[in-house]
Ligand binder design. Structure first.
Ligand SMILES: Cc1cc2nc3c(=O)[nH]c(=O)nc-3n(C[C@H](O)[C@H](O)[C@H](O)COP(=O)(O)OP(=O)(O)OC[C@H]3O[C@@H](n4cnc5c(N)ncnc54)[C@H](O)[C@@H]3O)c2cc1C
Length: 443
């Protein structure tokens, strides 16, 4: 367990935001004074009309009955100010710049853009680019040509490289630089005497400690899941689309690749393998192996959207279609990878009736990612499973609200799939923080 030493004289903040991904950046901007308000004159959603014109949109508790995309109430509510259920833009969100006296800091191990820095630069989003922009900063100017060809008008996508440039531009032009710590990682956090105590390590190895009253976790899903089978750490094995892509680029045509996983990352790598004339053996567990079911559902939906996602739709047909093999693709559905010895993989039917052993030039285990909260302790125990920790308040975006430990979670860490669904987490968390600071007369 991480043990933290409380450092006397460590600098103290009102709020620390963990994560420089899109949701961390938006949280920081809201702490810095941005306020979202309602534009009634452009609004035809009757569920918003109680707000009135030019008034703040966040009033807690959130009103019931908002219908929009997203899993959590905060997500659904905020998304209803951005897009219709079919994803078309609505125009009833405006914003104000107000003066904030909250003393906040953002700490992020990555550069601005969070997880988008980890994806292959040329990877295009599944979502139209408009869904990826932060509400207060136009994104259209940041879309370069590579992703424009795919879809029909109005459903253009954006590459990870362009997205990172966009978020970098956002952090430089919209946020006070002295409050941003990119390349700094929180290595320990614990709650003691009404304060969060944090230990932080810079990329150059320097360490320092700070304290904060409120902690907002926008730290995404950083840990690539493992199967926990023998041989999984062999050099011929990759666990992310980026490293699999790199490995594939070094293989000669007709090499043999094993892919396990059935989400968007697996689809990307299968498509890449086909492009390079490699032979794919695809092992699909019916028992999930911890893989993200949601990503698999997206891939299934794409079968019907050939015009918009030609590359992924081809994979989707192979994965979910009738035929189990073609000249460069063999599917083992209801099988699992059980062992890797050098480059020889053993796969087994989940019914237990059959086993196969074969040599592969590369093995890509792409079964999703999950939060890494090993650095955070609550009540002296590591916080390993956010959902089991507080399932009820998860729905309301706030962890531990009743006991007021002032810990908030936001973004993909909550399990939300689409980025724009997460903006509501940031807005609600900041609203709640301001209310608590005001209630104690601190700000
Ligand atoms: C392959 C793939 C494709 C996707 N495509 C789409 C799409 O088309 N449309 C869509 O809407 N969404 C898509 N998503 C989801 C999207 O990436 C996330 O919704 C988005 O990145 C979430 O942002 P976030 O700010 O919550 O977290 P992240 O972007 O994951 O950022 C987390 C941040 O926390 C930092 N961090 C973590 N731990 C620490 C620590 N201990 N100390 C300091 N910093 C820390 C990280 O460095 C990072 O900056 C996709 C995801 C994947 C995996």
């Amino acid at each position: 367990m991480a043990v933290i030493s409380v450092v006397a004289g460590a600098k103290s903040y009102d709020v620390v935001v963990v994560g420089g991904g899109p949701i961390g950046l938006l949280t920081a901007r809201l702490l810095d004074g941005l306020e979202f308000i309602h534009n009634q004159t452009e609004c035809d959603n009757s569920l918003h009309h109680h707000l009135g014109h030019q008034s703040p949109i966040i009033k807690l508790p959130l009103s019931d009955g908002v219908e929009a995309r997203g899993e959590t109430k905060a997500a659904k509510y905020f998304a209803s100010f951005l897009f219709t259920l079919t994803g078309d833009p609505v125009n009833c969100l405006d914003w104000n710049e107000t003066k904030s006296d909250i003393d906040w800091m953002l700490v992020s191990s990555s550069q601005p853009g969070g997880s988008w820095n980890k994806y292959s630069a040329e990877q295009c989003t599944v979502s139209p680019f408009q869904w990826m922009g932060l509400p207060d900063f136009p994104i259209a100017d940041h879309v370069s040509a590579e992703c424009l060809g795919d879809g029909p008008l109005g459903r253009k996508k954006i590459t990870a490289a362009d997205l990172c440039k966009y978020y970098e531009h956002y952090s430089k032009s919209r946020l006070p630089q002295q409050r941003l710590r990119f390349g700094h990682t929180i290595t320990k956090a614990c709650y003691l005497k009404n304060m969060w105590h944090l230990e932080i390590k810079e990329d150059d190895g320097t360490t320092y400690s700070i304290r904060t009253r409120f902690l907002v976790l926008a730290c995404g899903n950083q840990f690539e899941k493992r199967l926990n089978i023998p041989g999984e750490n062999h050099t011929c094995v990759s666990h992310s689309a980026t490293s699999a892509r790199k490995a594939l680029s070094k293989l000669p045509p007709f090499s043999r690749v094993l892919v396990t996983g059935r989400g968007m990352s697996a689809a990307e790598i299968i498509a890449e393998a086909w492009k390079q004339k490699l032979h794919v053996t695809h092992v699909i567990s019916e028992k999930h192996n911890g893989a993200t079911a949601s990503s698999s559902e997206i891939l299934k939906t794409i079968t019907k959207s050939e015009h918009e996602y030609p590359k992924q739709a081809k994979v989707s047909h192979a994965v979910f279609g009738e035929a189990t093999s073609t000249y460069n693709y063999v599917r083992h559905k209801g099988w699992k990878l059980t062992e890797i010895k050098e480059q020889v993989a053993t796969i087994q039917a989940e019914s237990g009736s059959a086993t196969l052993t074969q040599h592969f030039d590369h093995i890509a285990i792409l079964i999703g990612s999950e939060p890494d909260m090993s650095w955070l302790t609550l009540n002296g125990h590591p916080l390993t499973d956010l959902k089991s920790f507080c399932p009820e308040t998860m729905e309301l975006f706030v962890v531990d609200s009743q006991e007021e430990r002032n810990l908030f979670i936001a973004g993909s860490l909550t399990g939300e799939r689409l980025q724009y669904s997460c903006y509501g987490h940031a807005a609600c968390a900041v609203h709640q923080i301001k209310a608590r600071l005001a209630a104690t007369g601190e700000k």
